[in-house]
Design a protein around this ligand. Structure first.
Ligand code: SF4
Length: 272
């Protein structure tokens, strides 16, 4: 039997359906995955097979009219360094920072986003959770980690008695890269300064990066997940932990155990 076929059989063997929920029988971790989600909630499997996003074709006139009409094809990309308050680095609160930068067009991702995804949660949180960039659901709702992987993140937090209101959740990049492509180095460099300011204002005790892509982007180097998860690393003077992205758990339930191990470490660190 091929490995793929065996993997698929193993997958269905492990999962048990109860009511509207799917649990994985082999797991002793109480992460609940909701059933009956729309196709749009499914995790992305491949950039190559993802449907081209019409929102990536918006015209600059839409952007300049505050993105009221989202359907006109794109004719040009405008990068405008004056789209943010020039004093944004002096913002004393997250609300002021948001007001200063939420119309940002300092890289080309500003022209294709639907919504700027600043971040959400407790402005005084001990734990800052960071993903790489908004996906389709985040882009449409303007909030980080919504949709199916966001619900799983909520469950993961609840497994260590945290709610989303206890933590702050943000992305390195504030605007969705079209078709979920990897942001360019230039886009990261342009946008990551906003994350630096968020970290300064929140001043968390710990940062949890979700997924290897986010970890590599923060650490500016290629890593292997097994080498960096479960360790305390450094990001701009803050203690950084790395674990799998919730969407990876949705694709492969075998990742739930390492995530649970990481969460237990994080919980004990946060309660010190
Ligand atoms: S991705 Fe960041 S730098 Fe680029 S337009 Fe959006 S907020 Fe500005």
């Amino acid at each position: 039997m091929s490995n793929l076929k065996q993997d698929i059989l193993n997958y269905f063997e492990r999962q048990k359906v109860f009511g509207d929920n799917i649990f994985f029988e082999s797991s002793d971790i109480d992460f609940k995955i909701e059933k009956n989600l729309s196709r749009n909630d499914m995790p992305k499997r491949s950039k190559a097979v993802e449907k081209i996003d019409d929102n990536s074709k918006k015209s600059i006139s839409e952007v300049e009219s505050n993105t009221k009409n989202k359907t006109t094809p794109n004719v040009s990309i405008k990068i405008d360094d004056n789209s943010v308050n020039k004093n944004w680095k002096d913002a004393a609160t997250l609300d002021v920072l948001y007001n200063d930068i939420h119309n940002c067009l300092r890289c080309e991702l500003g022209a294709t986003r639907n919504k700027f995804v600043f971040g959400k949660g407790n402005p005084n949180a001990d734990l800052l959770i960071i993903g790489e960039a908004p996906g389709r659901d985040e882009d449409s709702q303007g909030e980080p980690f919504v949709g199916r992987s966001g619900k799983l993140l909520t469950s993961i937090l609840e497994s260590i008695q945290l709610s989303r209101n206890d933590v702050y959740i943000a992305n390195i990049i504030k605007c969705r890269p079209p078709n979920n492509r990897k942001p360019s180095t230039k886009e990261v460099d342009t946008c990551e300064v906003y994350l630096h300011k968020q970290i300064e204002l929140i001043n968390p005790k710990y940062i949890l990066a979700l997924g290897l892509t986010a970890a590599d982007t923060l650490l500016k180097e290629k890593n292997i997940m097994k080498d960096i998860r479960g360790k305390i690393l450094d990001y701009r003077g803050k203690k950084l932990m790395i674990t799998y992205h919730p969407s990876a758990l949705l694709r492969n339930p075998n990742f739930k155990r390492p995530v649970w191990e990481d969460m237990k470490i994080l919980k004990s660190l946060l309660s010190e």
